[in-house]
Design a protein around this ligand. Structure first.
Ligand code: PGA
Length: 241
């Protein structure tokens, strides 16, 4: 495991953006696994800047997002579709057919999960997966439990996740209770993983990821088994390691 402890959020964003940029420059048809949430926002901003300067071409890049809420339409401002288009895809030259986000507003969630997994298999492996980490150690929406799903699945969100994400909604009641998430298996098949974390709320789960045991009660701890993982942290998230 490679660990960068950087001074602040801007540096985390720059480091993560540089890693993605190198990946795209070296392999223009890279398959990227992408995350949402507040952590990767700065990274997306930097990548958009690089694209606008002509440094980065996204015309052959393929992306797969980790997750989406169930029950809100793509145009909902808190949907991950909206987030990704608004913060990233709308500013790039990506082909629409190369963008994959699980649809959270379809009737047949089971079919959606199967189709998403099928699409993931069709690209063989994700070249570079970006993740954040939840305060409860979730990755994507793989919530702590006695067992974890391997493939894309429907998941009931834990109370702590609803609480943590309620800051994006006007009240906790508005936060969807379910989501579709890539499974830990789909994530762990990526050739490379970068995990970003900043702020004191992430210090505990990051300590477990670096020094703790592997446990389904802390899904992020599974990355210890991955051969190519890079943690990009600020001093607050790294304070117990
Ligand atoms: P955050 O979410 O980036 O908004 O902290 C991370 C996560 O829940 O995976």
């Amino acid at each position: 495991m490679r660990i960068y402890v950087l001074d602040n959020y801007e540096e985390i964003s720059m480091k993560a953006a540089s890693i993605l940029a190198s990946q795209i420059i070296l392999k223009p048809d890279s398959v990227l696994g992408l995350a949402t949430g507040s952590t990767p926002l700065g990274m997306y901003r930097e990548l958009v800047k690089m694209h606008k300067k002509g440094i980065l071409d996204f015309s052959q890049v393929i992306t797969f997002n980790l997750d989406e809420y169930v029950g809100i339409p793509p145009e909902h401002p808190q949907s991950y579709h909206y987030y990704m288009y608004n913060n990233f895809f709308n500013h790039l030259n990506m082909k629409k057919e190369n963008i994959n986000i699980p649809p959270g507003d379809e009737k047949s969630v089971h079919k959606v999960c199967e189709d998403y997994e099928q699409k993931l298999r069709s690209v063989s492996r994700i070249d570079l997966q970006v993740t954040g980490i939840g305060t409860n150690g979730h990755v994507g929406f793989n919530e702590p439990d006695q067992e974890l799903n391997v493939n894309t699945h429907l998941i009931d969100l834990k109370e702590e996740t609803i609480e943590a994400n309620s800051r994006f909604f006007s009240s906790p009641e508005e936060v969807p209770r379910q989501a579709i998430s890539m499974g830990m298996g789909s994530i762990m098949k990526a050739k490379k993983i970068i995990m970003l974390a900043n702020g004191p709320n992430k210090a505990k789960p990051i300590e477990e990821v670096v020094n703790g045991k592997i446990s389904t009660q802390l899904p992020a701890s599974l990355v210890q088994l991955h051969p190519d993982v890079t943690l990009i942290l600020d001093g607050e998230a790294a304070k117990y390691i």
